[in-house]
Write a protein that binds this ligand. Sequence first.
Ligand code: HEM
Length: 516
Amino acid sequence: MHFSPDFVVRATARVAFLLALPALAVLHQWVALLLVVAVGWCVKEWDESPLRGIPGPPVAAWTRFWHIIHVLRGDQNTILVDLHEKHGPFVRIAPDEVCVSHPDGVKKILLAPLAKAYWYEGLTMPDYRFRSPMSLTDMKRKSELARCWSAGYTLSNSLQSEGAIDEVIKVWLEKLDQFAESGEAFDLDKHLHFVAFDMVGEFLFSKQFGFVKEGRDIGGIIGNNIPLSAFASILGFKPMRWLHFAVLGNPVVTTLKLLPAGHVFETAMKALDNRMDNPDSRYDALAHWMQGVEKNPSIVNKRDLQANVISAVAGGNDTVSCALQAFVYYMNRHADAWFRAWEEMDAAMSKGRCQDQVVSFADAQQLPFLQACIKEALRIFSPVPMGLPREVGEGGLSIGDRFFPKGTVLSIHPWVIHHSKQLWGDDAQVFNPDRWFQRDIASREKYFLPWGQGSASCPGQHFARIELYKVTATLVRDYIVHQADPAQGWRWKAYFTVVPHSWPCRIRRRDQASAK
Ligand code: HEM
């Protein structure tokens, strides 16, 4: 006999409800009454939900905790990819949320755009006074703020930092040369994170944080990102929100620096204060933002500026570290891709390009195979492994043969979309840079969303591309990288961002490779 999951859940709920009744006789009457009310409430919610019948883990239809547990276990990304393979384009992951991988989903949810869902409010860091475009769900206010900050993020303004980030990369190359000379295994993952963090320091504040030079995680700032990322990824969910706004996201908690968000706040504010006192600052992102405050005093104030700085510091280091790591890790597992990247680089050099000590962005842009490898790394191992949730507005929304009423949360998950065989073909889960040269790739680009898509997509993507192109091009040109133990898989947890670790490498200079 075959029972549908729908039937099993219904039957279980009713049996649980009936069992709870005799408990009245055994347990203290108030405890038992609470139990009856709770189970009854769950049954009612589930019975009446307009999302009934959408497949997914049965328990997720009752409570958000199924999702929260997977977020905290750090496996939400792979679990959701598997669930979509099993159930198709719609998977219910919470009483009010459906994860969507339907071909029309990106257009109808992210590009439409629907308003950001309540989950983003949990990114109000370090406390409720600091609202950035990242955490705002009021789309009118969000775009007002974003307009004031957008000048700092444009491609041309991001490029003004190129010379400064060259200086960061040069110091980083000295460290790599020392590891090449000694031949010892080292944590390349950490050193990629150091360079990512210091580059964002130059971009925002005309000053590096000093991780590269010191070769260590000063003050545990980077290590602190891991609990922060886990913490940030669940604070906005319904069972946690009251805790966030009433207790955790309280200015007192910020002042006492009791939580990881206080730590990132302190790092960002210290950098901001130093920047204000630094007479040698360039026309960096902060200069554009200060101009935004000057020109729009009725829209943004100093606290909004601080909130914006915090979200840029938080958003701009883990993500770039992850992307750089994914590039090296996957290239290592596809030796043919390394060889082709070397060949492309050697050909470019023979034509007089890529000659600067740090490869220029302009030269790196003329390396199509390298770019394909970067895009493929971003596709297969997206730095943001969290769904991007939006809320259905007035009138509801139809996607495919499904109708979602007002208030439904629909999320587009970069990992689910990027790993979907329906959208990317049978090899969706394989690292294959050649896919970016296939004839039908233009029709698939719309499903490439490491930066999100639409009005809430990543404003730092121009700067991030500059960083990724320059670091990877220089690495490909000058070094041979091997994992110390090629059979060892890296480790990671998919929270708000995913930052791999524990895959020590050895490095050699290409120009000395034949001598060793
Ligand atoms: C490989 C690097 C990066 C990746 C993959 C990435 C990815 C993303 C994604 C997926 C979002 C969320 C979009 C959404 O909610 O729909 C986002 C937002 C954001 N990112 Fe990035 N990011 C990267 C680098 C950066 C950098 C370098 C900065 C700043 C210097 C930055 C600053 C931000 C900010 C401020 C937001 C919030 C935007 C908003 O809601 O208006 N990101 N990023």
